[in-house]
Design a protein around this ligand. Structure first.
Ligand code: SPD
Length: 281
């Protein structure tokens, strides 16, 4: 009998046939499972929601990271909130300008399990520029008196249950507090199809805080609906000012992102244009 892992999300169900369960445990915060899937290789699920897989993780991690990093001017200090599989910090640390990347992850259990079973995703854990801290990201951005950041990346879970606070206005405002003037924040902003309300509400919340807010889109095959969004936010108008020379140098190492993808990703389908226009009414 084949064993299937499945995610049920907003009235849809995606199942991955598995050949082996590599890790199954429960941390203080959530259920953590890592399994070998036939179609996408090793995959991580938290509370029965697919987070990443070896064969499709590059779409998500490259798109969360490089649009912000390549429109920031010489980013030296980067903050990642969440991202326990290590894919986002791996992409951040491709950038030679980065002097320090602080990653605030609430669940040490996720990092430990991913270090052991998904080392092919988290290839930068030993980079001396990386400072991993197990703490609540919300407390950190609200209370930290550390030097501010050039770029902040929010690599959270879906805004369902405990993840909901990562989409709150209060949290976004606290993140902005930790950005240098003109700094850039980018976040995963859900499927614009199945989480339409969350997607547009997020745009609205960010628009109250930042002068420039631009969603962008790409595929993530194992996420519900397959089409995913991220959002770029800053007080500086620069979302299309991709540093092509820097992007070209990185392109060899990337599997999805390049300067052309960057520009195309910010193109808005009509349903997005109309929804954003409605926000301004
Ligand atoms: N529907 C799943 C959304 C999860 C977004 N974060 C994934 C973490 C990968 N580093």
């Amino acid at each position: 009998m084949p064993l299937w892992y499945q995610e049920t999300f907003q009235g849809t169900r995606l199942a991955l046939e598995t050949t082996e369960t590599l890790y199954s445990g429960r941390s203080e915060f959530q259920k953590i499972e890592i399994f070998e899937s036939k179609a996408y290789g090793r995959a991580l699920a938290l509370d029965d929601v697919f987070m990443t897989s070896v064969k499709d993780e590059f779409f998500y991690h490259e798109m969360l990271t490089h649009p912000a990093m390549l429109t920031a001017e010489n980013p030296k200090r980067v903050l990642v909130i969440g991202g326990g599989d290590g894919g986002t910090v791996r992409e951040v640390l491709r950038h030679p300008s980065v002097e320090q990347c602080v990653m605030i992850e609430i669940d040490e259990g996720v990092v430990q399990a991913c270090k052991e079973h998904l080392p092919m995703i988290g290839t930068a854990w030993d980079d001396p520029r990386l400072d991993v801290r197990f703490a609540d990201g919300i407390d950190y951005v609200k209370t930290s008196d550390e030097e501010k950041y050039d770029v902040i990346l929010l690599d959270g879970t879906d805004p369902v249950g405990p993840g909901e606070v990562l989409f709150a206005q209060e949290f976004f405002a606290a993140c902005k507090r930790m950005l240098k003037p003109g700094g850039i924040m980018a976040m995963q902003s859900e499927t614009p199809i199945l989480m339409r309300d969350v997607f547009f509400e997020t745009q609205g919340k960010l628009r109250e805080l930042f002068a420039e807010v631009h969603p962008y889109f790409g595929p993530v095959p194992i996420y519900a609906s397959g089409i995913w969004s991220w959002t770029w936010a800053s007080d500086r108008k620069a979302h299309l000012d991709v540093d092509v020379a820097r992007a070209e140098k990185l392109t060899d190492g990337c599997r999805y992102y390049n300067a052309d993808i960057h520009k195309a990703a910010f193109t808005q389908p009509n349903y997005v244009r109309r929804g954003l226009a409605d926000l301004s009414k």
